[in-house]
Design a protein around this ligand. Sequence first.
Ligand code: SF4
Length: 339
Amino acid sequence: MRSFGYTRPDSAQAAVAAFAAAGEGARYIAGGTTLYDLMKLDIERPAHLIDVTAIRGLDAIETGGDRLRFGALAPMSEVATNRTVLRDYPVLAESLAKAASQQLRNMATVGGNLFQRTRCLYFRNGAGGTSAGTTYPCNKREPGSGCAAIGGLDRGQAVLGQSASCTAVSPGDWPIALVALDAYVEILGAAGTRSLPVAELYRLPGNTPHLEFTLAPDEIVTAIVVPKTRAGRRSAYHKIRDRESYAFALASAAVALDMDNDTVRQARIALGGVATRPWRATAAEAALAGQRLTPDTAAAAGRAALTGAVPGRHNGFKIDLAQRTVADALLIAAKRTTA
Ligand code: SF4
């Protein structure tokens, strides 16, 4: 472990000021379930940590009015078990419940979870070298070093949004559900406050895969806001993985349906586990609008959701898997009552 400075401010404004004072190499930390892990692997090397967990009021959960608002420090476990979220937005509750073990959900925050880093095995296993002394090239970890996953073991890699520099999958579950529901984040930085759709937090890798998020370094997410929608009750997060718990998605789908009897007025669909960032499946949504939801139309939407997918050497199965995951998620959501 490398040494680092540490500050624990008691307000969001003080956190931003502390970040500016700490200078280059500062990082915010909340639950720490990703950052400490990567520090131990010597992948993250912050010079100074700004611990935001003492900021009061940043963990509030508000469900009244025309929106849900989750303070960035709200634990994943508390949002996942909130009665309104469970009843009216099962896609949110399920995306959190399936994201991690209970212990991690107690520790991790809904704000920090937006900034998980990839599980690409070459990214995580290369920094300190392997037991055989090999250090894998990884453009995300060391810009310009190359990509060991391309032409390597790519079973878990992306089939959507990848580039010639990086094929790493965006690892989140919660962000997939938020993108499907058009959620946005409230942000504070040295330049003031602003809001941003969750979908716009994430960059495609292009030729700069080390740049993953669109926030300025000093900016901090203070809250996540989900506009209320009548599609919320008929929603689901369906996650397929190698084992049923404590595993990242091979494919996942967040769906929400606004229906008139068995006809879809509007569908919201986003994919996880298969793309380099949370992936809104607009072609699938368009394919379903005005259609009766049947196993056949759900399957057609699944195929539309994977439009443009390009397999690597070992991950072609993900295309078919994700198509079926979307179709199953739609049929699960459609059976949910709105009463
Ligand atoms: Fe690194 Fe991305 Fe290649 Fe994985 S896919 S080795 S994260 S550059």
